[in-house]
Design a protein around this ligand. Structure first.
Ligand code: BG6
Length: 302
């Protein structure tokens, strides 16, 4: 909404002249739009969801579905969904949305700033009635994103309870590529992965890069390695460096699964690959009372 008073307030408190402004959409979502000589970027308050990062002189690095919803309470398709506190379906058939609640809730702006690495936006999510109803009442989440020549995203989790807190998380990054048939991912050689397309069997990656020639949905375990997406058509490499992460998920829905997704164009599986910086399954994080954990993804293009 053009005249949403929340947008005016956000611009008054957190807008940065010539670099960052908040905008309201007709559907009710609010986003921060970053525009500097180094990069263009967008982050939605819903989900702390980055939907654009375009460093100067490049095509957009993040894939966004042309059919994505931008509707309060519904997940956005593309960009970088923030997955927390469970990855995929919730364990033991307990209630709750796929990939957790963080991606479909509105976060609060804590601060904005400009610095030598770009424009930084910090968003926070605290427990609310909906998270409490799902049994989560003692966590603090802070998402810090810097848009510059690199895109840096930190997801910090704080355990505010008196017991251990076990959770899964991911920066579910959709990368834009020219042609999935002519792309590969290096960095995961020699790892073991859970193949979610084949009954969650554990398999060995071997020494070859990951290539995609069918529906691919694999959780590579016990890997802190940087991954590199090689796009031979556009002649660019996208480097996904990380810390605080022991899992990397590679996902492409391919033809049939895409047909069943109302928020994805029928041919769009050809031009995207997800390389997700995660802690999932065997790599779930266990946090002691009062402790914090930071999951970080740093993306750059060469
Ligand atoms: C991936 C999962 O991370 O996300 C896949 O491994 C899942 O199993 C995909 O299909 C997309 O999930 P969603 O909930 O955004 O459709």
């Amino acid at each position: 909404m053009a005249n949403d008073p929340r947008v005016e307030e956000l611009n008054k408190n957190f807008g940065i002249p010539e670099a960052l402004k908040f905008e309201g959409e007709p559907g009710g979502l609010i986003r921060a739009v970053i525009s500097t000589p180094e990069a263009e970027g967008t982050v939605y308050l819903q989900g702390a969801h980055v939907t654009e990062w375009t460093p100067a002189g490049q095509k957009p690095v993040l894939f966004m579905s042309s059919k994505s919803l931008f509707t309060p309470g519904k997940a956005i398709r593309g960009g970088v969904p923030v997955i927390f506190p469970w990855f995929g379906g919730r364990e033991g058939g307990k209630p709750g949305p796929a990939h957790g609640f963080a991606r479909s809730m509105e976060w609060q702006v804590e601060s904005t700033a400009t610095g030598s690495n770009g424009v930084t936006v910090v968003l926070v999510l605290e427990p609310n009635d909906a998270t409490r109803a799902l049994g989560f009442d003692s966590f603090g989440l802070r998402f810090r994103v810097t848009f510059g020549a690199a895109l840096t995203m930190d997801l910090q989790t704080h355990n505010e309870s008196s017991g251990d807190f076990i959770f899964e998380e991911a920066l579910h990054t959709y990368l834009s590529i020219a042609d999935i048939h002519q792309a590969s991912v290096t960095g995961l050689e020699g790892t073991t992965f859970i193949d979610k397309t084949d009954g969650f069997k554990k398999k060995a990656q071997g020494n070859e890069p990951v290539t995609v020639a069918k529906e691919t949905d694999q959780v590579h375990l016990n890997t802190g390695a940087e991954c590199v997406v090689h796009d031979s058509v556009w002649g660019r490499t996208i480097i996904v460096d990380k810390s605080g992460s022991n899992s990397t998920v590679v996902w492409n829905p391919w033809v049939e699964k895409t047909k069943g997704m109302s928020d994805m164009g029928p041919e769009e599986w050809r031009v995207m690959i997800c390389v997700e910086t995660a802690n999932a399954s065997d790599n779930a994080v266990r946090l002691a009372p009062g402790a914090s954990h930071t999951l970080r993804a740093m993306i750059r293009v060469e």
